[in-house]
Design a protein around this ligand. Structure first.
Ligand code: CTP
Length: 403
């Protein structure tokens, strides 16, 4: 599971009822329960009779830290009504896996076991993660039921395509636990950037010396990717122009790969029209070799001189445009953060800049940053990059002129 989705705040303290119905994907529901708990959610599990044939109640009890509900006739619940007790105060119900059978029963408003009764009696959003054999999914009856549920406001997550436990290949695989967590997280994240377009740069650049060698730096891209993910979750149309990194594109983000500074600038300028915000997180090389050799350079045993020429400053160029979007810069310094960061902000005429000390951030999963704007300096507490990214988005949404 990617680190960027851990403990991001918007799921913290939410009561999530996880319904587990009968299907081989039920084994993934165990990882899902654990992941939701790690993100701070208060997870309660309702297990159907068929679901319990795949994974035991004890597993979910250990992972959620709460008793697991299996029967509509459990007299020990509040008022003797488990379907009411369990749903009370729930922020969402997520049925994962949702078998063809439970989808059919939900579409018809049945209440003949605990999970269906719970869904019928709910006053919170219902998410279903279908998981079944390809033919069962494609059957018109299932498609009809899914359309009915969608029309009723139920949110269908997936299914995915790919190899299935039955040996077939096609649609019907349950989405992975990480993708399901991400969907819930996005649902609960306030849409602070709805209707906005954001362009983000991230990662290092690679300035080629010859076809196999080049100048680069140790930027992991994690902060920029966390910012892009936070923008997308906040409802922005998000384009991420990325240098070479080993990270998957965040959900809902359009990624464009650009290895060198010159390429990154061209890609940024191409996607900039219509952008409301530009966030430059990339560690762009300040210089590139004056020439790139067409063939691999051979060693001669003699000293070698490499002539470097300055790269364009992408952020300064964008910020200086007459139609400039709201520009956010980053500054990583090894000392005197306040002075250097504020100088950079003024030199590039930025309304907002995020500064950090190199020792606090590079490559790691946590970061300690200070936000600089016209009102002064705003230090944020040390936190995982995903949470820092969320706070940066909240800050910029407050400064952004009304759209
Ligand atoms: N930046 C950019 N294009 C460049 C260089 C930097 O867009 N060619 C952006 C970075 O993405 C970051 C900010 O500018 O948002 C960093 O500012 P800069 O002054 O270039 O930082 P350093 O390169 O670290 O500067 P210095 O080496 O002087 O500390």
């Amino acid at each position: 599971m990617e680190n960027y989705i851990h403990i991001i705040g918007c799921l913290r303290g939410r009561k999530i009822v996880l319904g587990v119905s009968g299907g081989i994907a039920a084994y993934k529901a165990a990882a899902l329960a654990r992941e939701l708990g790690r993100m701070g959610a208060d997870v309660h599990v309702a297990l159907t009779e068929a679901g319990a044939r795949f994974v035991s109640a004890l597993t979910f009890q250990a992972l959620s830290g709460h008793r697991v509900w299996t029967s509509l006739w459990d007299g020990s619940a509040e008022n003797g009504m488990p379907h009411i007790a369990l749903g009370r105060g729930a922020d969402a119900i997520l049925v994962a896996p949702a078998s063809a059978d439970i989808i059919a029963r939900l579409a018809h408003g049945r209440a003949d076991d605990l999970l269906t009764a719970l869904c019928l009696a709910r006053d919170c959003p219902l998410f279903l993660a279908p998981a079944m054999n390809r033919q069962m999914w494609e059957n018109p009856a299932t498609q009809r039921n899914v359309a009915t549920l969608r029309a009723d406001g139920v949110i269908i997550l997936g299914p995915d395509e790919g190899g299935q436990a039955c040996g077939e290949t096609g649609p019907g695989r349950m989405l992975e636990p990480g993708a399901l967590c991400e969907a819930l997280l996005a649902f609960f994240t306030p849409r602070l950037l709805a209707g906005r377009k954001v362009v983000v740069t991230a990662g290092p650049t690679f300035e080629a010396i010859d076809p196999v060698r080049g100048i680069t730096n140790s930027s992991s891209g994690k902060m920029g990717y966390a910012i892009a993910a936070a923008c997308a979750r906040s409802g922005a149309e998000t384009v991420l122009v990325s240098g070479p990194v080993a990270l998957p594109a965040p959900a809902g983000v359009r990624r464009i790969e650009a290895a060198s500074a010159l390429r990154m600038r061209d890609e940024v300028l191409a996607v900039l029209p219509g952008a409301d915000v530009f966030i430059a997180v990339a560690a762009v090389a300040d210089y590139r070799p004056a020439q790139t050799a067409g063939h691999k350079l051979k060693k001669s045993g003699q000293p070698m001189r490499l002539e470097l020429v300055p790269n364009p400053d992408i952020l300064a160029e964008v910020a200086a445009r007459p139609d400039a979007p709201f520009c956010v810069g980053f500054a990583a310094e090894s000392q005197e953060l306040d002075a250097y960061a504020e100088n950079k902000r003024r030199a590039k005429r930025l309304p907002m800049l995020v500064g950090n000390l190199l020792a606090d951030s590079v490559g790691g999963d946590d970061n300690t940053v200070v936000i600089y704007d016209d009102a002064g300096r705003h230090p944020l507490p040390r936190a995982p990059k995903a949470l820092v990214a969320r706070q940066i988005v909240e800050h910029l949404a407050r400064l952004l002129p009304a759209g």
